[in-house]
Design a protein. Structure first.
Length: 326
C-alpha cells in the first residue's frame, strides 16, 4: 500500500519541485510594467530608469504546468475560491498570481500529507495534511491583516501632511505626490499607484476607491468618500481632512484601550490552546502507557479528536468575545 502511495505522490512532488525551482532559475521577460515604468512614481535606478512599483511573479512557466495551473484556476473560479485568494494576496501585497499560488499550495499539501503517511502512520498523515492545509491560510490572513493595520495607523499622518500641502496652494494630486514621497510603505506605495494612474488619465476618486477595496481599510474609505463629496460640492478640503484625522486618532486611542482591557481574555485563549498540549506531552514523557490508548484504541481516538475539536471551538469562541469593533 505504501509503495503504491509513493508511486502516486512522486508526480506531485516533481510538480512542486519544478514550480519552486522555476522561481529561482528563470529569466524574467519584459512585461507591461517595464513598458509603463516611465509613467510610474518610483525611485530612479542607477541607469536612470524608474523602478516598477509592482511585479506579478510567475511561479511556473512550463506549458505543462501552465495547463495544470489553468485547470486549478478554472475549478477554483467556479467555487469562488480564486477570488478569495486574489483578495488576500492583494491585501497582503504578495506579488504572486492567485492561480499559481493556489496550485503550489494544493500540490504542497498533498505531497506533505502523503509523506507524513509514508514516514509515520495515518495520524501523522492527517496532522501533516491539516497543518499544511491550514497554516498557509493563517499566515496569509495574518500578513493581510498586519498590512491593513499598518496602513490604517499611517492614515492620520497622511491626512495631516495632505492638509498641509493643500493649505500651501498645492492641488490634491500634487499633495498626494508629496505624501507618496514622504511616507513609507505601505501607504506610500499605494499612493504612488494612485498618482501614477491619475497621471495616465484615470479618475482620482476611482483610483483611491480601488486602493480602499484592495487594502480593506474602513478608515480609508471614509477619506475617499470625503474627497469624492468635496470634489462634487466644493468646500475646504484641508479642514475636512483635519477633522477626519482627529476622528481617526480618537478611534485609535479607543482601540488601544479596548485592546488593553481584553488582554486577559486573549491570554486565556493562549492558555486554552497550550495547556492541553503541554499536559499531554508531559504525561506521555512520564508514563507513555497511560496515554497510549488515545492513539491505539477506537474510543481513545474518538476522545482525542473530539478534544481537539472542542479546544478549537473554545479558542474561536474566546477570540470572538474579545474582538471588539471600534
Amino acid at each position: 500500500m505504501k509503495f503504491l502511495v509513493a508511486i502516486l505522490v512522486l508526480p506531485a512532488a516533481g510538480l512542486l519541485a519544478w514550480g519552486i525551482l522555476s522561481i529561482v532559475w528563470r529569466e524574467r521577460p519584459r512585461r507591461l510594467d517595464d513598458a509603463l515604468a516611465p509613467y510610474r512614481v518610483g525611485t530612479p535606478s542607477a541607469q536612470g530608469a524608474v523602478v516598477s512599483t509592482t511585479s506579478a511573479s510567475d511561479l511556473v512557466e512550463s506549458p505543462f504546468l501552465q495547463r495544470a495551473v489553468a485547470a486549478v484556476a478554472d475549478m477554483a473560479t467556479r467555487r469562488g475560491v480564486l477570488q478569495i485568494v486574489k483578495r488576500l494576496l492583494d491585501q497582503a501585497d504578495i506579488p504572486i498570481r492567485p492561480a499559481e499560488a493556489l496550485f503550489v499550495y494544493l500540490v504542497g499539501t498533498v505531497v506533505g500529507g502523503t509523506l507524513g503517511l509514508l514516514i509515520g502512520n495515518a495520524l501523522w498523515g492527517i496532522v501533516a495534511l491539516a497543518g499544511l492545509g491550514v497554516l498557509p491560510w493563517m499566515a496569509l490572513m495574518t500578513l493581510a491583516k498586519r498590512r491593513t493595520a499598518t496602513f490604517t495607523a499611517q492614515l492620520p499622518d497622511m491626512l495631516q501632511l495632505l492638509g498641509t500641502t493643500l493649505r500651501s496652494g498645492y492641488s490634491i494630486l500634487q499633495g498626494l505626490d508629496t505624501v507618496a514621497q514622504q511616507l513609507p510603505d505601505p501607504i506610500g506605495k499605494e499612493i504612488r499607484h494612485v498618482v501614477a494612474e491619475a497621471r495616465l488619465g484615470r479618475n482620482l476618486v476611482e483610483a483611491l476607491t480601488e486602493v480602499a477595496q484592495r487594502v480593506r481599510s474602513d478608515d480609508f474609505e471614509w477619506v475617499v468618500t470625503a474627497i469624492g463629496i468635496q470634489r462634487e460640492v466644493g468646500g475646504n478640503l484641508a479642514e475636512l481632512l483635519d477633522i477626519v484625522a482627529e476622528t481617526m486618532i480618537a478611534r485609535a486611542r479607543i482601540r488601544r484601550e479596548a485592546h488593553t482591557l481584553t488582554a486577559e481574555g486573549r491570554i486565556g485563549a493562549v492558555v486554552i490552546s497550550v495547556m492541553p498540549i503541554a499536559i499531554g506531552l508531559f504525561v506521555y514523557a512520564v508514563n507513555p502507557s497511560y496515554i497510549r490508548p488515545l492513539f491505539h484504541q477506537a474510543f481513545g481516538e474518538i476522545l482525542f479528536y473530539g478534544s481537539i475539536g472542542l479546544m478549537l471551538v473554545g479558542i474561536l469562541w474566546v477570540r470572538k468575545l474579545v474582538d471588539i469593533e471600534v
